[in-house]
Design a protein around this ligand. Structure first.
Ligand SMILES: [Zn+2]
Ligand SMILES: [Zn+2]
Length: 364
């Protein structure tokens, strides 16, 4: 489902009509489909017709009133099948943010807050341009004794992997389209580095998101374990109760049977509670955003390095920079001594003294 020219603009905030969606989805799947007022006619390739279980030649209507009309309104089988088909593969689209670039005072304020943890920075020239970001929605599932699903989003700059602040990420969330978002014909970004940044950060985001879910699975596992143990402990105590006048050999046989049954149940638990985490890219949005670009001279002891930092429209803080060792985003980099590599808090936890730079180590 791409934002084809002429498609309902996400900026309008309204959902497209199911008929529009069906016509567009059929056309994308290889059918000829054309809208005629409140109805549409479609000619489907035989395999598609068989898959969707509709005639190869059919009339589509939101409210089927004529003989042979195929319903495609909300709740109709055809619409459900096409939605399931569309959900089965990643969606990609391109948008632009129709916003003014940040004002000079905002740019100055954001730049003043930039911190190099172990050095100084001097702001230089500011220019205005367009920044390109890729926002990826990554769906994850946790499957154990039940199934839970969720979505994380990561947004990276297509040129340097920088990460905009939460306000910009929210503007680029097409699940709740901002009025500033417009469809764009900009080419989609297909770049190995961008894919690597997204994979790295999405993995971390998914790990954080599934942690509490895995904790719940563990708690349910422990709870079931305790229940089984205490249930059989009661049965065994009952079997051995002195008030029951039974043959001691029969009692022990009964107990041995209960113990075996309990152990079999306990052994089956780990398989039931073994959690499997899966994730896949659900949607990619390429977004052009007006931005102010500020050149900064970073100084560390006798070394200096020029970098460009960025404040996109809608942001209140500069884009976080990409750690040159691990690829994570960092708002407070430290620079290594030899090559002024910019490093995140995890790669350079201590900004005092000489930094053992992982990026330099890799070059050797
Ligand atoms: Zn790092
Ligand atoms: Zn280094």
């Amino acid at each position: 489902m791409s934002a084809a020219p002429g498609a309902a603009s996400p900026a309008e905030g309204a959902l497209p009509s199911p008929l529009d969606f069906v016509v567009e989805a059929l056309a994308e799947a290889g059918a000829l489909a054309e809208r005629e007022g409140a109805r549409a006619v479609a000619l489907l390739p035989p395999p598609l017709a068989a898959e969707l279980e509709v005639p190869e030649e059919c009339a589509l209507a939101l409210y089927p009133e004529r003989d042979g009309d195929v319903a495609c309104g909300l709740g109709s089988t055809l619409l459900e099948r096409l939605i399931a088909r569309a959900r089965g593969r990643p969606v990609s689209t391109a948008v632009r943010l129709a916003a003014d670039p940040p004002r000079p005072a905002q740019v100055r304020a954001a730049t003043d807050r930039f911190v190099l943890r172990n050095g100084l920075c001097e702001p230089g020239q500011t220019s205005v341009g367009t920044a390109v970001y890729v926002a990826a929605s990554v769906a994850y599932g946790v499957e154990a004794d039940d199934r839970r699903e969720g979505l994380v989003r990561v947004v990276v700059n297509a040129d340097d992997g920088g990460e905009p602040d939460a306000a910009v990420c929210a503007l680029l969330d097409l699940a709740w389209p901002s009025a500033l978002v417009r469809p764009s014909a900009a080419p989609r970004v297909a770049d190995g580095r961008v894919a690597a940044w997204i994979a790295l950060r999405a993995e971390r985001a998914v790990r954080a998101a599934v942690q509490p879910l895995l904790g719940e699975v563990e708690r349910r596992h422990a709870r079931d374990h305790d229940r089984i143990v205490s249930y059989f402990a009661d049965l065994i105590a009952e079997a051995r109760a002195p008030r029951r006048r039974a043959d001691p050999a029969a009692v022990e046989a009964k107990v041995a049977h209960l113990v075996a049954e309990r152990d079999a149940k306990l052994e089956a638990l780990p398989a039931r509670f073994a959690a499997r985490v899966t994730c896949s890219v659900a949607a990619l949005v390429t977004a052009e955003v007006p931005a102010a670009l500020v050149s900064l001279r970073l100084r560390r002891r006798k070394e200096a390095r020029d970098v460009v930092v960025r404040l996109p429209a809608g942001a209140s803080s500069l884009d976080r920079l990409t750690c040159e060792a691990c690829g994570a985003a960092t708002a407070r980099p430290a620079a290594c001594d030899d090559r002024m590599h910019l490093l995140c808090e995890a790669c350079a936890p201590n900004a005092q003294g000489r930094i053992a730079c992982p990026a330099c180590a890799r070059r050797r």
